[in-house]
Ligand binder design. Structure first.
Ligand SMILES: Cc1ncc(C[n+]2csc(CCOP(=O)(O)OP(=O)(O)O)c2C)c(N)n1
Ligand SMILES: [Mg+2]
Length: 571
């Protein structure tokens, strides 16, 4: 029996495992949405397509399964771009059905016509038109396979009139998702083992590519007395219950995370593509293991680059290396790690009743959030508070925009996660700037009945940028925000809100907010003068901040300099 292309596309998406489609309907996509309405796919009607793309990505990042966005030709599909970019970077398998003007008008600058292929090709694993009705199932299935196996975005472009064409849909195209194991060859393994045996101090630097290799890494660390540093994205998988963990490297990291790499004779990086070259140890030996050969040596000069999956390679390496007895390197880093943790704990104490430090809020959230909560943060300072102050325990999941670094992702990504896991507590840690960027989609929470918990770090500023400008010795410009009471805004949208301005009011409000059955927002006025302290303070940063101090005083803003010092250094 022949079916129209819209039905075939919808059916192929369902067969590939998709459960939800995020978007806004309109002319060129209307036949597709009609087919969605007749299917088991749930349509999530957002107010801005960018929020839909973030939500689809949040869902897929958490589940590892396919989600879908669908947009009208031209502006409708263009609005997805930033959210699609985010998913492509973080590896969330999303298919975008980008519709286009009718084939009869294509190529003549028809209203709303844009060249979808040129736009989406640069941030997708697959980007193709359905050029003939008989291609519909094949193209959609291959798109899904690319998104699921290469991990990222696939785009299917469909002219509006194509959706109504019919085909007998006779071929049974299917998604294949193999899971091969992969490790370096025996000679390479022996070379790696010899490097380990020849080094007195070995450290492991593990990234998201090592997400399923926690046990094998711990076996290795135990045998060669190595501390394990991890990237921020690997926190949820590698931090819990790991006696070798010494934290995170990089500007958002901690002292032990940086020093464990600097002090090692050999660093083994595993599924780790951390981008900041200055945070790799100089002149020491680095052996890099990655499943993607193009990643070898692209962030730092390395001594040995091998292709393999982290789990299989580490399992094969452990029996090849000699046991080490000297624990001094591991001990030193663990001691520093415990000092770093105490520092975070101390930052979270609230001694000044007139202020709420954001770390105090994050520490309290860590205590009160469910054991299996899913926590998503925005770009900006909230991601730092999440990374440093909210503990991983093996059941909690985390997501923040560390690769694409976009504002506004937190609330909609968390919305997607909550739709996928309606029985789990899902919390978005939002910046006031970021939340207001896609504020219209607060309405989606009510309309689609998404019981998300929003925590707003209300600092009346683009805080992270303010800090960047000051550390560079600039007087901050254009970073102030004039905000409403977000609790009242939540109530106006139709859900519950709490607004807190003093530290002693926070605990009861947070309890009520987390207990609330339905979407709820907790608006916390936090200290605007907060600096994110790097693991090691560079002389240039001190000089820059001092220069800001001088310039601000000359600008008549002496009070702010006093507050900055008082709130960050005199606690
Ligand atoms: C879409 C987008 N625009 C601008 C930026 C630059 N930027 C990075 S963080 C930030 C400030 C974020 O402010 P807010 O959400 O209030 O978080 P805060 O740092 O104050 O906690 C800005 C403007 C960005 N990363 N993404
Ligand atoms: Mg802010």
């Amino acid at each position: 029996m022949s079916k129209n292309v819209a039905q075939i596309v919808v059916d192929a998406l369902e067969k590939a495992g998709a459960k939800r489609v995020y978007g806004i309907p309109g002319d060129t996509i209307n036949h597709f949405t009609t087919a969605v309405a007749k299917s088991d796919l749930r349509w999530i009607g957002v107010r801005h397509e960018e929020a839909g793309a973030f939500a689809a990505g949040g869902e897929s990042y958490m589940t590892g399964e396919l989600s879908v966005c669908a947009g009208t030709c031209g502006p409708g599909s263009l609005h997805f771009v930033n959210g699609i970019y985010e998913s492509h970077r973080n590896g969330a398998p999303v298919v975008l059905i980008a519709s286009d003007v009718a084939r009869t008008e294509s190529g003549f600058n028809f209203p709303q016509e844009v060249d979808q292929k040129k736009i989406y090709e640069q941030h997708s694993h697959f980007c193709e038109y359905i050029s003939h009705p008989s291609q519909a199932r094949r193209i959609v299935t291959k798109a899904a396979q690319a998104a699921l196996t290469k991990k990222g975005v696939a785009v299917v472009i469909v002219n509006g009139d194509m959706f109504t064409e019919t085909d007998d849909d006779a071929m049974d195209w299917q998604v294949h998702r193999p899971h091969p194991v992969c490790r370096p060859n025996d000679t390479e393994m022996a070379e790696l083992a010899a490097l380990v045996d020849g080094a007195a101090k070995v450290s492991v630097y593990a990234g998201i590519g090592a997400r399923d290799a926690r046990e094998e890494i711990m076996d290795f660390c135990k045998k060669v007395k190595a501390p394990m540093v991890h990237t921020t994205r690997a926190k949820e998988f590698l931090e819990p219950d790991n006696p070798y963990n010494v934290g995170v490297n990089g500007i958002l990291g901690n002292k032990a995370g940086v020093e464990a790499l600097e002090d090692a004779d050999l660093v083994i990086t595993l599924g780790c593509d951390f981008a900041y070259t200055q945070y790799y140890p100089d002149a020491k030996k680095i052996a890099q293991i990655d499943i993607d050969p193009t990643h070898l040596g692209r962030r730092s000069a390395i001594h040995l680059g091998l292709v393999g999956d982290a789990k299989t390679t580490m399992a094969a390496l452990v029996p090849l290396v000699a046991e080490k007895s000297d624990e001094s390197h591991l001990e030193a880093q663990l001691t520093q790690w415990h000092e770093d943790l105490q520092g975070y704990e101390k930052e979270g104490e609230e001694s000044d009743p007139s202020l709420i430090h954001p770390q105090f809020v994050a520490n309290m959230l860590d205590d009160k959030a469910a054991d299996d909560a899913i926590i998503v943060s925005d770009a900006g300072t909230s991601m730092v508070w999440m990374l440093r102050h909210v503990r991983a325990n093996g059941k909690r999941r985390f997501l923040n925009t560390l690769l694409h670094g976009t504002m506004a992702s937190g609330m909609p990504q968390a919305m997607g996660a909550k739709l996928a896991y309606p029985d789990r507590q899902v919390i978005a840690m939002c910046g006031d700037g970021s939340l207001t960027m896609l504020m219209g989609d607060l309405l989606t929470l009510v309309q689609e009945d998404v019981a998300l918990k929003l925590l707003v770090f209300h600092n009346n500023s683009f805080g992270f940028v303010e800090m960047e400008q000051r550390v560079e010795g600039l007087v901050d410009h254009f970073t102030g925000l004039h905000n409403p009471d977000f609790a009242k805004l939540a109530e106006a949208c139709g859900f519950a809100g709490w607004h807190v301005e003093t530290a002693d009011a926070l605990a009861p409000a947070m309890d009520a907010w987390l207990r609330h059955d339905g979407p709820a927002l907790l608006d916390v006025k936090v200290n605007q003068m907060e600096l994110v302290m790097p693991p090691k303070i560079e002389a240039s940063q001190v000089a820059g901040t001092a220069l800001f101090g001088v310039k601000a005083v000359l600008d008549g803003r002496a009070r702010e300099v006093v507050d900055l010092l008082r709130n960050n250094f005199l606690r």
